[in-house]
Write a protein that binds this ligand. Sequence first.
Ligand SMILES: [Zn+2]
Length: 106
Amino acid sequence: MLIICCPICGIAGDEEEFHYGGEGHIRRPASHNASVSDEAQRDYLYIRENPRGLLRERWLHQRGCGKWFHAVRDTVNQEILLVYPITDPPADLEKLEAERAKRETA
Ligand SMILES: [Zn+2]
């Protein structure tokens, strides 16, 4: 079971209080531009990362404040390393990995 702390309201709860929203920071192709290629549209709709390790994700605090936020989760051990507001830029995964390695050797 995942324990997640919402960065918006600060309340921690188990994963059943939250809703998984898939990979984070997926940008929609500019829809006002009729020249969006089929490949760009396909990539937006279907192509996702499936890493063994850190992944940026979107989560909704469904039974709490009702706000979306981002989290970085390790897909190997389910550890959530970071939660941050939905408006923040993508988290630096290399930096998080380096900080974790430093903690584990200390
Ligand atoms: Zn919340």
